[in-house]
Design a protein around this ligand. Structure first.
Ligand code: ATP
Ligand code: MG
Length: 153
């Protein structure tokens, strides 16, 4: 079977990294800009993805990945490498994510303005971008609920 690229999409504190740890960390290479120094994040991330693609490893991209433009490169490279791509879109209401971010320990908490900036760039993913499958993820009372995707008309 083809290797898999998983792209997580959602605001800060929407639950991506927790979901990633629960679901993918045992089976997928986890690539996240958070692991790289600020100055070279994009280049380092692309290098890490290319390395995984080169070895045909399942890989998960754990960033906010809010806009189509920011997802494009990974989806195109994955396709060229014979991967299937799966997206998980996290419920990203500011009314939910802001209090969850505030409740985080200092150090993991991000400034509220960063959530607003991401919210302004956020574009729901679409199968047209190159995803083979999409899912909608909600964090409810401590458990992740994964629901089928409804493509925007
Ligand atoms: N299973 C859970 N039950 C209850 N709360 C949870 C659970 N998983 C995560 N959270 C809460 O959600 C918060 C955000 O989770 P997480 O760090 O996974 O978000 P994120 O989307 O990766 O954010 P960022 O984009 O900033 O990395 C956590 O700090 C925690 O308070
Ligand atoms: Mg995270």
């Amino acid at each position: 079977m083809a290797a898999e690229l998983v792209v997580l999409v959602g605001l800060q504190a929407s639950g991506k990294s927790s979901f990633c740890a629960e679901r993918f960390s045992a089976t997928h290479v986890v690539v996240s800009k958070d692991d790289f120094p600020a100055r070279k994040r994009e280049v380092r991330q692309r290098r890490a993805l290319e390395a995984a693609f080169g070895m045909q490893k399942d890989v998960v991209l754990d960033n906010t990945n809010p806009s189509r433009g920011e997802r494009l490169w990974a989806l195109e490279r994955a396709r060229a490498a014979g991967y299937r791509s799966v997206g998980y879109y996290f419920e990203s209401r500011l009314a939910v994510c802001i209090p969850r971010n505030v409740a985080r320990p200092i150090g993991v908490r991000v400034p509220e303005i960063a959530l607003a900036a991401t919210a302004a760039r956020l574009e729901r993913p679409s199968l047209k971008e190159g995803f083979d499958r999409l899912f909608y993820v909600c964090l409810r009372e401590g458990a992740f609920e994964v629901a089928p995707w409804h493509e925007d008309p």
